[in-house]
Design a protein. Structure first.
Ligand code: SIN
Length: 297
């Protein structure tokens, strides 16, 4: 097995292993370490996984998560079919988001295998490190943000979204929502990351509406800087796992009217929390030709 980083801040490609052969304890320990280190693992040259094989791999990370709005595969409600085609009104994940952050305990990770790809290319998925985004804030801003909480709502995302798959939700009132810290401490690594996203985060609850709007607009544009990202171009049957606690993603929809289809399985997570930790040393200040600049990364 060879693991090659995809950028200095996020992601690694894994080759030389076939997930269809199963994952024993020793292999899982290595993969889990890689998952915590890189946030995103891209497994190339895979066979098409049977739903039960993908589910078994996901179970190595913990109990399975069931999506609060999307229908599952007939044989297993934990398998979410990602499918976009000529008649689709929306494409799943087509915007920066954290999966299901509207729940009090959002999924820990998601494992996606792509089965059908657009013949003319496209349909890449972008991933962004929210730890790198956190580290790129100055110390006073980190301190300011770490005192705030944000509401994550879902009705605006989910109502009517899966109507074409037979989900009738006209009378539904119980769309999940939750309040989470704006800075989240990773429960396994202790690292801090920014935990608001364009998809679900609607407001900062500790400040006025006008302040909330301005702060969120500013954080979102910070998070979306290309320096924190990788862009994964899929090959048929590639499998990707991402750590939903510290990574956001964006599924490109640049291939309409072509088809893209895959299976997604998520793992249950825990309630986000913020625990102050040892901060990296203050930024080093440099004089450059255009004045005083500083590096926070
Ligand atoms: C998702 O957001 O779960 C879908 C990601 C993708 O289709 O690339």
């Amino acid at each position: 097995m060879k693991v090659t980083p995809l950028s200095p801040v996020i992601g690694a490609e894994v080759v030389g292993l076939n997930l269809a052969d199963g994952v024993d304890d020793a292999l899982f320990a290595r993969l889990h370490r890689g998952f915590l280190t890189y946030g995103v693992l891209v497994f190339r040259a895979q066979e098409r996984l049977a739903p039960e094989t993908q589910v078994a791999f996901a179970r190595r990370f913990g109990a399975l998560h069931r999506h609060p709005a999307a229908p599952g595969l007939g044989t297993d409600p934990h398998v979410f079919v990602v499918h976009t085609h000529a008649k689709s009104q929306i494409a799943n994940g087509n915007g920066w988001h954290t999966d299901v952050s509207c729940e009090p305990e959002p999924p820990l990770a998601t494992i996606l295998q792509m089965h059908v790809l657009p013949p003319s290319g496209g349909g890449d998925t972008l991933f962004a490190s929210m730890e790198a985004a956190y580290r790129a804030f100055s110390l006073p801003v980190r301190q300011f943000l770490s005192g705030l909480r944000a509401a994550h709502e879902s009705e605006h995302v989910y109502r009517g979204r899966y109507a074409d798959r037979g989900v009738v939700d006209d009378d539904r009132e119980d769309y999940p929502m939750a309040v989470h810290p704006v800075i989240r401490t990773h429960p396994e690594t202790g690292r801090q990351s920014v935990y608001v996203n364009r998809g679900f985060t609607t407001r900062i609850v500790d400040v006025s509406p006008a302040e909330s709007q301005a702060i969120l607009r500013w954080i979102f544009s910070h998070l979306e800087q290309a320096e924190f990202q990788i862009r994964v171009t899929w090959h048929e049957s590639d499998v990707v796992i991402w750590d939903n606690r510290c990574v956001q993603h964006y599924a490109m929809w640049d291939y309409w009217p072509e088809e893209r289809c895959g299976h997604r399985v998520s793992i249950k997570g825990d309630a986000p929390f913020y625990r102050p930790g040892v901060e990296p040393p203050p930024p080093t200040l440099h004089f450059s030709h255009d004045g005083l600049t500083s590096r926070y990364l």
